[in-house]
Design a protein around this ligand. Structure first.
Ligand SMILES: Nc1nc2c(ncn2[C@@H]2O[C@H](COP(=O)(O)OP(=O)(O)OP(=O)(O)O)[C@@H](O)[C@H]2O)c(=O)[nH]1
Ligand SMILES: [Mg+2]
Length: 442
């Protein structure tokens, strides 16, 4: 296999940039591209950081640097890996990389280091994917889930299910080969019962909505008639002055979205135009956008003005109330006009009730999302669902009196789908697709 190299750190100004080299030529390349301070001909000790200079072909200094050699198999890729840590920014790392390529390394493809780790058996496919999701995690919840996967949470669970399936397939085979010794009806009952239990365990880990919330966060839309204080609430919840607030009804025209971190969950909060039968064309478009945003939100805050009686517009919004809604009575610092059935009373002006509203949002979004052990990658969910369906078909076949042999086709299919998650049984095209989403240098 060739020796490959890439800049492993993000592009842009920063303290340090790392040029990583992996493959059989890593040590030779390191020795030519890096000159150790002091006695330079000594051998490199594995996993030890050395101070020195990155140098060009004539020995000219490119940059002051540190370097480390990690000998196979104790490295990320299980090959010899060398890293040169130079200064950040664009020039130094580019120049070091160019030197390394001159010395015979090939530019690494996106995800190539991790792909080598996978192909050399250091990590399975689900853990390789977890590497990428750790990198792209945008919230603590996403990070926690990704680290759990990186540590083998998914691999272990899927491995157990697969092992149980292998045992069932062995039982079916035995009952075919030794019909006199194995009581077929008893074996069939056992297979059906176990297959049902494995399907149940798989489906217990599948919650697509929760998985999306962990990965991408939750969308919350502020809805209400003009002037009830939606924009003020957005500002209060985000601790910013993002949205324009005035006492003129119809101030907000467009949808304005701001991200906040509520206790580890990413929430994108959208302020919208006050909903009424608008006279002017711009406001009308704004109202349409508000209604569209409300339709697709995970959570809708229906905001009411506590100092005024309910209007027809309020009532029509309240009629649309569903499981996603929290009714928020704002301006609780003023005299209440009438008793309204609200889920929570707040004041965007004084800040009273805002923290309670934040935890209410979090609770509505997060209760399911925080379930440990949930599958969060779309690909894993699709495979687990397909496996569970195959298992359910097997159970139906057995309970319908079909011979065990016929059920084994579906059991094999379920086993294959689980193997696709860990990569033990994944087609090259599946593996290529997984690594296509990686960044260069990882
Ligand atoms: N007393 C009091 N006034 C508030 C409170 N929240 C908002 N207001 C006032 O209500 C008026 C309207 O506030 P906005 O936040 O612009 O209301 P909005 O719902 O975004 O209005 P549109 O964008 O027109 O739909 C402003 O004068 C705010 O200062 C509150 O909790 N208490
Ligand atoms: Mg507004």
């Amino acid at each position: 296999m060739s020796t490959v190299a890439a800049i492993a750190t993000a592009r842009g100004e920063g303290g340090i940039a790392i040029v990583r080299v992996s493959g059989a030529e890593a040590e030779r390349i390191l020795r030519s591209a890096f000159r150790r301070a002091g006695r330079k001909n000594r051998d490199y000790e594995s996993h030890r950081l050395y101070f020195g200079h990155a140098v060009d072909a004539r020995g000219g200094v490119i940059d002051e640097a540190m370097a480390v050699l990690m000998r196979a198999p104790r490295s990320y890729t299980r090959e010899d890996v060398a890293e040169i840590h130079c200064h950040g920014g664009f020039a130094a790392a580019d120049r070091v990389l160019r030197r390394v390529l001159e010395l015979g390394a090939e530019p690494a493809a996106p995800g190539e280091f991790t792909r080598r780790a996978f192909e050399n058996g250091r990590i399975d496919l689900s853990r390789a994917e977890a590497v990428m999701s750790v990198i792209s995690a945008g919230s603590e919840a996403a990070l926690r889930a990704s680290v759990r996967e990186l540590e083998g949470g998914v691999s272990q669970f899927i491995g157990e299910c697969r092992k149980a399936l292998t045992d069932l397939l062995a039982l079916i085979e035995a009952s075919n080969d030794f019909p006199d010794e194995i009581d077929e009806p008893a074996a069939a009952r056992k297979v059906a019962c176990e297959a049902r239990s494995i399907a149940g365990r798989l489906l217990a880990r599948v919650d697509e909505k929760a998985a999306r919330i962990v990965r991408e966060g939750v969308s919350v839309v502020l809805a209400g008639r003009p002037n009830v204080g939606k924009s003020s609430l957005l500002n209060a919840l985000t601790g910013t002055e993002r949205a324009i607030v005035t006492d003129i009804p119809g101030t907000t025209r467009d949808v304005l979205t701001e991200s906040v971190n509520l206790d580890g969950i990413r929430v994108s909060l959208s302020d919208t135009a006050g909903q009424r039968d608008a006279a002017d064309a711009v406001e009308m478009i704004g109202v349409e956008r508000a209604r569209a945003a409300q339709k697709y939100a995970d959570i809708v805050l229906i905001v009411l003005d506590g100092s005024e009686a309910l209007t027809e517009e309020d009532k029509s919004l309240l009629k649309q109330r569903d499981g996603r809604c929290i009714v928020v009575l704002n301006k609780d610092d003023l005299n209440a006009a009438e008793a309204v059935q609200a889920d929570i009373r707040v004041s965007a002006r004084t800040g009273e009730g805002i923290a309670a509203l934040a935890s209410m949002i979090r609770e509505k979004a997060g209760a399911a999302a925080l379930h440990e052990g949930l599958l969060t990658q779309e690909r894993h969910i699709a495979c687990a669902k397909a496996a569970a369906e195959a298992l359910q078909r097997a159970v139906q076949a057995i309970e319908g009196g079909a011979p065990l042999d016929m059920a084994s086709v579906d059991l094999w299919e379920a086993r294959r789908r689980l193997g696709e998650i860990t990569g033990e049984d994944a087609a090259k095209s599946v593996i290529d697709a997984v690594f296509a989403n990686f960044c260069v240098g990882k």
